[in-house]
Write a protein that binds this ligand. Structure first.
Ligand code: FAD
Length: 485
């Protein structure tokens, strides 16, 4: 253990951020780095618990006390090796994970949890700087070919693991660039795209082939995949939830992803054919209180919106846990993001009843009403009713609908392959098995589990790759989260 008294001596500290009014002037990341001393002190806060709950809190099973120890001792290559034994892409999770490991940190019962996510980010950035991150060469090739459809974190993790096992891997991506939602959903101010490019370069140098502008089931016939020994479907959950109320067709009402994807393309100097959707000088209403909604808030502020308001149908989350657990709610339940710090009026328990337009069909306002929620004995919201007399108009010229995603696109590839769907419309394949109803076809990530998190997508990609390897070879030596170092 690094420093047995560290958790008594040092408080949790996060790296400084650029001030909100400065950072909204551009789309760059704005979280600064720890000094060497801060990083040393923060790693010293890890208590090296007898039962480290952070392991199981992390969907990847990251072995956190061990890498904290190595950081404390300044053993960077060792810290890096421990980290990548369970996580292919710490540079993604170290930036944008909601860090369920920190919510599980035992120190969090009495004090603030260890800053695990930031420590993770520093390990991988130091590893890139010191050139520990290298293309891997697999000397023993199996002669098997695997197609991965989709290049989000699930597809990338599956590809990296399958390549490591010696299979020839081709990744198909319908967009012009690799990365899935990392590239065209999550804004640059949370994850600069050079971070993805840097990783994809390593993967290419390791022998993985990427085919972009290749939509399997459309411009690439699904039949082409028959030549492969196995297929991994990692196409994400892409059908957004709509709000089919009166006025939905007005000019100015858009799905969040239409808005965010355009902006990410602008920053990445990619072209798009659709008309520009800009928040500049407008009153913006973001409907939906999750990550997608908060990315719309941050993007609208960078566009120079006149005002930004965010509505959530559900009530404000409780300040304390209501289920009797001693662990803190931070950071999973009280989700306030850096985008909210940049300026946003946030309201809970609001239902949007209608969008109102002018004579030319342009959005001019939304008609909204307050909701009163009933809760169960644990404080969980169950039923709502509208608050009498609260119906009112709020002016807005741009609405982004950020209310989640229903399921993957079923037309095209999935229908052509004939895979079955679960009750929610996702590709049917059990967790831990990842095999779909069609022989040699596997599924991972949001396409299988429904909309989720980057850390889960990486975890599923890794675990699925192991199952594919077992299917192809009869056994697998790939790591599994149950067998972490
Ligand atoms: P995706 O990332 O969706 O990638 C799927 C890829 O498959 C896409 O590139 C798609 O073009 C491609 N594809 C689909 N069909 C085909 C086909 N037929 N042929 C070829 N290619 C195809 N999670 C976090 O943990 N932290 C966050 O801060 C966070 N922010 C988010 C912000 C937004 C705006 C959104 C929408 C999501 C966010 N998430 C966040 C969730 C996270 O991004 C997803 O859970 C994760 O990216 C899912 O990974 P995936 O690989 O399963 O799918």
């Amino acid at each position: 253990m690094g420093k047995p008294t560290g958790f008594l001596e040092f408080d949790r500290a996060l790296p400084q951020k650029e001030k909100a009014d400065a950072r909204v002037q551009n789309y760059q990341e704005f979280v600064k780095e720890y000094s060497a001393e801060q990083l040393h002190d923060q790693s010293a806060r890890c208590m090296n618990c007898g039962i480290p709950f952070c392991h199981s809190g992390c969907p990847l099973g990251n072995v956190i006390p061990e890498f904290n120890d190595a950081v404390y001792d300044g053993k960077w290559e060792e810290a890096y090796q421990i980290l990548i034994s369970t996580n292919n892409f710490p540079e993604f999770t170290g930036r944008i994970c909601p860090a369920p490991c920190e919510a599980a940190c035992v120190l969090g019962i009495n004090k603030s949890p260890v800053a695990i996510e930031e420590i993770e980010k520093h390990i991988i950035e130091i590893a890139f700087r010191n050139e520990y991150v290298k293309a891997s060469s697999t000397y023993l090739k199996t002669g098997k070919k695997v197609a991965v459809v989709g290049s989000g974190p699930a597809g990338l993790a599956a590809a990296a693991q399958l390549n490591k096992a010696g299979h020839d891997v081709v990744v198909y991506e319908r967009d012009d660039k690799v990365g899935g939602l990392l590239r065209y959903g999550i804004p640059d101010f949370k994850l600069e795209k050079t971070v993805i490019d840097r990783r994809v370069d390593v993967m290419k140098a390791s022998g993985i082939e990427f085919r972009t502008n290749a939509e399997v089931g459309k411009n690439v016939p699904a039949a082409e995949l028959k030549d492969f020994d196995a297929i991994v479907l990692a196409g994400g959950s892409t059908i957004p939830r709509d709000l089919p109320i009166k006025g939905r067709e007005l000019k100015g009402v858009h799905y969040a992803m239409e808005f965010l994807k355009q902006q990410n393309k602008r920053v990445g100097l990619s072209t798009f054919e659709e008309q520009d959707i800009l928040a500049t000088g407008k009153n913006v209403l973001v409907i939906g209180g999750g990550d997608t909604g908060s990315d719309c808030v941050g993007t609208s502020n960078r566009h120079g919106a006149k005002s930004v308001t965010q509505f959530e149908l559900m009530p404000q989350p409780p300040q304390k846990r209501t289920d009797g657990m001693p662990w803190p709610t931070y950071p999973m339940l009280l989700k306030t993001t850096t985008s909210h710090e940049e300026g946003c009026q946030r309201h809970w328990s609001i239902s949007t009843k209608e969008f109102l337009g002018d004579d030319e069909g342009n959005l001019r306002a939304a008609l909204i009403v307050d909701l009163e929620w009933e809760t169960d004995h644990l404080g969980r919201p169950t039923k709502f009713k509208e608050v009498e007399g609260s119906l009112r108009e709020i002016p807005c010229e741009l609405v982004t609908l950020a209310m989640g995603f229903l399921h993957p696109q079923q037309q095209g590839l999935l229908e052509q392959l004939g895979v079955e769907f679960d009750v929610r419309g996702n590709v049917l394949a059990t967790e831990g098995d990842y095999q779909t109803s069609v022989n040699k076809v596997f599924a991972a990530g949001d396409m299988r589990r429904g909309q989720s998190l980057v850390v889960w997508a990486i975890s599923e990609g890794r675990e699925c790759a192991r199952k594919v390897d077992e299917f192809l070879m009869g056994f697998s030596e790939l790591e599994s989260k149950d067998k972490a170092v």
